[in-house]
Design a protein around this ligand. Structure first.
Ligand SMILES: [Zn+2]
Length: 321
């Protein structure tokens, strides 16, 4: 049984993208205004939104909280019913486990990466309950994200950072750091917020040509930030990495649990250490211009189970705690 979409979060996301694109154009013309001291208070806990779809099999309910995914998008699944002992999903060749939330149900985040072809894919869910095994199967559509092309020039002493081997070595470092999955959620009811209030510049997923020779992808979002601007944690988590990388410069990586990570690059100063717990919105460092950067800005990115996800998806996503 399918219910109509009660909360068109993808439409909101697309509207947000259109506004951000307009902001991107504007930010090229207008110097950003930095207003860290005027940050809005963190969001209060919200009630769980209405699901976008519902399937019922063997006395169990499978809900989705998104009508479709976009490339490099993520969406929340909820499984509920009596006597559930465990469940896993498979989607686009990836298999993962649902995690329980006490007194609520079982949840999983499904994802598409930035190179996922836009079409329908089968989502299969296998649950084990006291009454036996229950299987769900349905199609999930992945929509195109409409990535832009950007040409970028790095001159002088940083020009060597366009090197493919340096970038691939850094990707391998990031992959090794974010390979594990904390078995609990470290985010809290504050959810996810932008790391600073300033114009969004280069968008996630952009195809990039560096110095007219090297093709690569933009793995996060850039936000304009004068050197020394305080940068805040997107969500509550634990500091996994706080050190220098070749391309990202001085970098902080936060572990938010269940394979979800956020990273913040090009800092002038790191203000956290590995192992520290940070609250959502806590200042973790000061922005800068270190690493492969052509001017002062913040680059931030989100990884879910080893794939870069468009972090904006998490800003309006309700997550169980
Ligand atoms: Zn960037």
């Amino acid at each position: 049984m399918m219910m109509p979409c009660a909360k068109p979060s993808v439409l909101i996301c697309r509207l947000q993208r259109a506004l951000l694109t307009a902001a991107l154009i504007l930010c090229c013309l207008v110097p950003p205004i930095f207003a860290q001291d005027a940050l809005a208070p963190l969001a209060q806990p919200e009630p769980r939104p209405m699901p976008s779809s519902l399937m019922v099999e063997g006395g169990l309910r499978l809900e989705t909280y998104f009508p479709s995914l976009i490339q490099a998008g993520a969406g929340l699944l909820r499984l509920s019913g009596d006597g559930i002992q465990g469940a896993d999903f498979s989607f686009r060749g990836e298999t993962g486990a649902f995690f329980p939330v006490e007194g609520d149900g079982w949840y999983a985040l499904v994802r598409a990466d930035m190179d996922t072809a836009a079409r329908n894919y089968e989502l299969a869910v296998r649950a084990q309950s006291d009454a036996g095994a229950v299987t769900f199967s349905r199609d999930l559509r992945v929509d195109p994200a409409g990535y832009i092309l950007q040409r970028m020039t790095l001159a002088g002493e940083r020009a060597y950072l366009v090197d493919r081997e340096i970038e691939e070595a850094e990707f391998a470092t990031l992959a090794a750091l974010t390979r594990s999955q904390q078995p609990e959620a470290l985010w809290d009811t504050a959810g996810f917020e932008l790391p600073l209030q300033s114009a969004l510049a280069t968008p996630f997923g952009a195809f990039r040509i560096l110095n007219e020779e090297r093709e690569t992808r933009h793995t996060g979002w850039d936000q304009l930030a004068a050197v020394g601007t305080p940068i805040r944690a997107l969500a509550a988590g634990e500091v996994l990495f706080a050190d220098r990388l070749e391309i990202r410069g001085n970098t902080v990586i936060l572990d938010h649990g269940h394979g979800l990570y956020s990273a913040y690059a090009h800092f002038s100063e790191l203000q956290v250490a590995v192992g520290m717990r940070v609250a959502a919105g806590q200042i973790i460092g000061l922005s800068g211009n270190t690493g492969r950067s052509s001017g002062p800005h913040l680059h931030w990115e989100v990884v879910l189970r080893g794939e870069w996800i468009d972090g904006l998806v998490f800003l309006d996503m309700w997550l169980p705690v």
